[in-house]
Design a binder for this molecule. Structure first.
Ligand code: P1T
Length: 379
């Protein structure tokens, strides 16, 4: 089936007891058993929930995987993946990624004996040099948040698998509509479903997808044993979101291409980071491994004062963390999403105090351009 057909139908059948076309919200903590050891496949709602199960099957189909697992947040999903790594083992991760992922690794799991190295995963030789005999996991974001660095997933997965190292890809920015890491050889895909999968900025959640039965079995065990599961209503909201994922992503992408072209021409936007631009270093690679460029753009206005002026002047772009909703957002990575990354590491990757990040929504693009034009006039 095509992507949009799967988005609307995969994992979802009319409710057998009523015919309700939409999977109900099974708002229950437990299930009555017929007798000792005899039940309908559901025992306790941390372990199984039919609404969650429908979403898990839905996102698994969209990613071209065979197992989906939902979590209470993107970070809960990433944390569960990192439970595959034991004390003394080593992880190689992208040196620019969501600040909360970096914080989880550096400020929580390092104290539990896990070892981390951060490299520019666009540089295959740097990744190879970082691998050690005890490396268990390669964790990649592409494009990265917020510098939009692009990594070659097929090459990375091949480098890692030759050494028996797992590859996990955070696909939050691209979504399976534009990029399917499992088809490029990755073992695990993870999402903050808070973002594009849900698309309406009204819940927090995470999803993991894999094709590997062995990994799925261990991750399913961890999902239940660690317990960072989502509630059924939040799963239902994401199921509602994925139905329109294709429509929304096409529009995010179209709007973002137009806004990136506008920013490039604007004298106050000194640098524009968007992989849809022909001179972006990852542009050709993106064309090979993705079918679009997405709705995230970063640009540098040269100073904190300039960024403050822009962030304080937009009217349609709301100043807020997060991304991927139908409404456009604007944020300041250095003090918001990436505040936990040391300043010197931020600067090394170009994440300056003048950097502004926008999540381009699905509004009329002319209105969005006019809003940014007005705000940039205050720099
Ligand atoms: O917020 P949560 O659902 O826990 O997801 C964390 C996360 C994981 N991966 C990526 C690529 C992300 O961007 C995020 C969350 N990001 C933001 C809140 C943000 O504004 O960038």
């Amino acid at each position: 089936m095509g992507f949009s057909t799967d988005a609307i139908h995969a994992g979802q059948r009319p409710d057998p007891s009523t015919g309700a076309i939409i999977v109900p919200i099974f708002q229950t903590s437990t299930y009555v058993q017929d007798g000792l050891g005899s039940h309908k496949g559901y025992e306790y709602a941390r372990t199984q929930n039919p609404t969650r199960g429908a979403l898990e099957a839905n996102v698994a189909a969209l990613e071209g995987g065979s197992h989906g697992l939902c979590f209470g947040s993107g970070l809960a999903a990433i944390s569960t993946i990192l439970h595959l790594v034991r004390a003394g083992e080593h992880v190689v991760a992208s040196n620019n990624m969501y600040g909360g992922t970096y914080r989880l690794m550096e400020k929580v799991l390092r104290d539990h004996g896990l070892r981390f190295d951060y490299v520019n995963t666009s540089d295959l030789e740097a990744v190879e040099r970082a691998f050690r005999p005890e490396t268990r996991l390669l964790f990649v974001e592409t494009p990265t948040n917020p510098m939009m660095l692009v990594s070659d997933l097929r090459a990375l997965a091949s480098l890692a698998s030759r050494r028996g190292i797992l590859t996990a890809v955070d696909n939050t920015f691209m979504t399976p509509f534009f990029q399917r890491p499992l088809e490029l050889g990755a073992d695990i895909v993870v999402h903050s479903s808070t973002k594009y999968l849900n698309g309406h900025s009204d819940m927090v959640g995470g999803v993991i997808v894999t094709r590997r039965d062995d990994l799925a079995e261990r991750l399913r065990f961890l999902q239940n044993a660690v317990g960072a599961v989502p509630g059924p209503f939040d799963c239902w909201l994401v199921l509602r979101g994925t139905k329109t994922l294709a429509l929304r992503m096409e529009r995010h992408d179209r709007n973002a291409r137009e806004i990136a072209a506008f920013l490039v021409r604007h004298p106050k936007a000194r640098r524009v980071y968007y992989p849809g631009l022909a001179d972006h270093p990852g542009h050709e690679l993106m064309k090979r491994q993705c079918s679009g460029f997405g709705g995230m753009i970063s640009f540098d206005v040269g100073s904190l004062a300039g960024a403050t002026a822009v962030l304080g002047s937009t009217r349609l772009f709301s100043l807020a963390e997060s991304l991927g909703g139908v409404e456009s957002l604007i944020s300041h990575p250095a003090t918001m999403t990436h505040a936990s990354v040391p300043a010197e590491d931020r600067l090394k990757m170009g994440l300056t105090d003048g950097l502004v990040r926008i999540s381009v929504g699905v509004e009329d693009v002319g209105d969005l351009v006019a809003d940014l034009d007005e705000a940039l006039g205050h720099v």
